[in-house]
Write a protein that binds this ligand. Sequence first.
Ligand code: BES
Ligand code: MN
Ligand code: MN
Length: 443
Amino acid sequence: MSPHLDELLEFLAIPSVSTDPAYRSEVERAAGWLAGRLEAAGFSAELVPTPGHPIVYAERRVDPAAPTALVYGHYDVQPPDPLELWETPPFEPTVRDRRVYARGASDDKGQVMIHLAAVEDLGEGLPVNLKFVIEGEEEVGSVHLFDFVREQRARLAADAVVVSDTAMFAKGLPTLTYGLRGLAYLEVFVEGAASDLHSGVHGGAAPNAALAAARLAAALKTEEGWVRIPGFYDRVRPLEPAERAEWQRLPFDEEAYRRMLGAERLEGEPGYGVLERRWARPTLDVNGFVSGWTGPGSKTVIPARASFKFSMRLVPDQDPDEIAALAEAYLQRAAPEGYRVRVEVHQGARPVLVPRDAPPVRAAARALKAAFGRDPVFVREGGSIPIVTAFAEELGAPVVLMGFGLPDDNLHAPNEKFDLDNFEKGIEAAKAFYRLLPEEVAR
Ligand code: BES
Ligand code: MN
Ligand code: MN
């Protein structure tokens, strides 16, 4: 165990923040570290350069007659801010109460490390041909990986794709995820006057971009929680009653969930349960808002400019490009008179449902049972992993979403952590998955 943990701590100490150019060389260092570990485990590994961050590609062929699995994950992480809220620094991984605390611990370095540890343990006994695709741009939309998968689809051919970048429904409850939401992410720029103005001298006559942007943002959603963009819901596929009934049997405590969030009450579309709202309904959230004076003290000013970012989580069969276009058209129509509004479309991801009965899924279910002592539950998740659709479509291989995070891992937030029981059991599950795959694929 301990050598794997030491390795994980080393990996986590590299601040591979993909969105911030200041970390560029660190992102590269993380890629190099990973390729080195894979080489040491008997793989031939390379760093595939892209216009962004490199892709780590590695493979090991053990037997032409054995099936091939492709492991996907990401070595990039989200920015660690706000730093002052971390109990120990984000890139000084620390073990407390059988958990390792660091940015990327659960998302996704700890889970990538599970597969690396599994192949290290198996050594010469690796029973399948294995390919690793570990990218450095998942947290910024995987743009360049799409080109790689399309161009290299022959080299990436596999009987199964396994992704460990999701969470278990609860501690001790192994989980296979079969649905992820998609994403459309937009930024809105509002301009009122040519320059900021004295709020006493010009107040009462001058336009205020902050207020106009706030009105525009507020116009995106009703107070009840419905998205007001016309056409937004047109392609939403309703949840099957059987699926809803299955989710009602999951051990979900709405009150405990509310407390975990530290929120006084939960929001969302009336008439849908919390899991349905998070997994099978689309939604819209403002992610950031900038305008005027935000420093200490006061400044009597009328902001000339304001901007905000918002994201929409999408479900089958919504299309991110179509939704972005609908949103942009609505914003232009809803723009308060006299303000210039410009909309920029950032990354998108399509929603995805993966099969629940394919042979590799059966192998994963058996592997989880072997490692955790009970059958897995099947869930959907609200987050997105953009490249999953490309694996399904370009490679035609079933995708298995076998994740080992926990609901309170603090992904993208201060004090991200990864549970060491899940780390150990995850390694056992990964080994069992590779062992069981040939049998299930041959059935
Ligand atoms: N691993 C997460 C997605 C996730 C988290 C799925 C928990 C299921 C459960 C992934 O790293 C992530 O954060 N994705 C981004 C994608 C975006 C930046 C394009 C997301 O969902 O915000
Ligand atoms: Mn992730
Ligand atoms: Mn993430």
